[in-house]
Design a protein around this ligand. Structure first.
Ligand SMILES: *[C@@H]1O[C@H](CO)[C@@H](O)[C@H](O)[C@H]1NC(C)=O
Ligand SMILES: *[C@@H]1O[C@H](CO)[C@@H](O)[C@H](O)[C@H]1NC(C)=O
Length: 257
């Protein structure tokens, strides 16, 4: 009996010791998680799938050639002398914000030369600024590249990866296999030229007969940057591999949807 109660007396400090260790481990763990949640940003996703409105419309705002540079320090080109002093990339940002507000689109498509490589020394920063209004709007948006986007610190693959990870972006680097019979590597079609080839389904209006059907398919293709063809410097073009992918997706949709 006596030995049992002595045991408890020894056991209690031992328990508190464990408790203290657990407490510190726990708070350390929580702190780590907390620090973790501050450094690791999770991408915000838009309401998906894309779908038509009840009035049967689906409005796309297409924006091309923003030619974004470094922000306020990048002056406008081809403006009147009187405007030059006050005109910068900030005008582009303001214009885009106003367009989004005025048009209230369902989807925003950026179709190349989003940034102008020679006017920035940090492609990622320039991209974040260029797409800022789209990210702030919370609308689903997607982008492809032009021939000037990669003329700075990131190549086309890196740029498309970055864009695909931005808030509310539904852009993809290249297509997921999508259950299609073409050769794939890790679920991504590997035999396709360029970066930024993908398609997006748009579903029927909520509550309608077509609510669960993809009724419009948006295709995005990388038309490349520059190329040398028969000794001449020229622009890139859409390759046969990309058209094959497009045809396969289109055929698959005709068969199954
Ligand atoms: C845009 O450009 C004009 C000059 O062309 C200027 O007056 C205006 O303040 C600029 N800034 C913004 C943010 O729109
Ligand atoms: C679409 O799917 C939802 C959820 O599964 C279902 O409740 C609804 O009836 C379907 N609508 C049509 C038109 O098939």
């Amino acid at each position: 009996m006596a030995s049992a109660s002595d045991g408890w007396k020894l056991f209690l400090p031992y328990l508190s010791f464990i408790f203290v260790i657990l407490y510190f481990t726990h708070s350390h763990f929580v702190t780590k998680l907390f620090i973790g949640s501050e450094t690791v940003r999770i991408k915000k996703t838009p309401d998906l799938p894309l779908r038509f409105r009840s009035d049967g419309t689906f409005k796309i705002l297409q924006v091309a050639d923003m030619h974004f540079g470094s922000g306020i320090i990048t002056s406008c080109r081809d403006v009147l002398d009187s405007d030059f002093e006050y005109c910068s990339d900030l005008n582009t940002t303001r214009f885009l914000k106003r367009l989004i507000e005025a048009e209230n689109p369902d989807f925003v498509a950026f179709t190349g030369d989003n940034i102008f490589g020679p006017s920035t020394t940090d492609a990622a920063e320039s991209m974040f600024k260029a797409f800022g209004p789209a990210m702030e709007s919370g609308l689903p948006w997607a982008a492809v590249l032009g021939n000037h986007d990669q003329e700075s610190t990131m190549n086309r693959e890196e740029l498309m990866s970055l864009i695909s990870l931005m808030d509310y972006s539904v852009s993809q680097v290249n297509p997921w296999s999508d259950g299609l019979p073409n050769p794939t590597q890790h679920g991504i079609t590997s035999n396709i030229d360029g970066f930024g080839n993908y398609h997006l389904r748009v579903y029927g209006a909520p509550g309608s007969m077509l609510a669960n059907s993809s009724i419009m398919n948006l295709y995005f293709l990388d038309s490349g940057d520059r190329a040398v063809y028969q000794g001449k410097r020229t622009y890139g073009w859409i390759k046969e591999s990309q058209l094959n992918w497009l045809r396969n997706v289109a055929i698959e949709f005709q068969v199954t949807h």
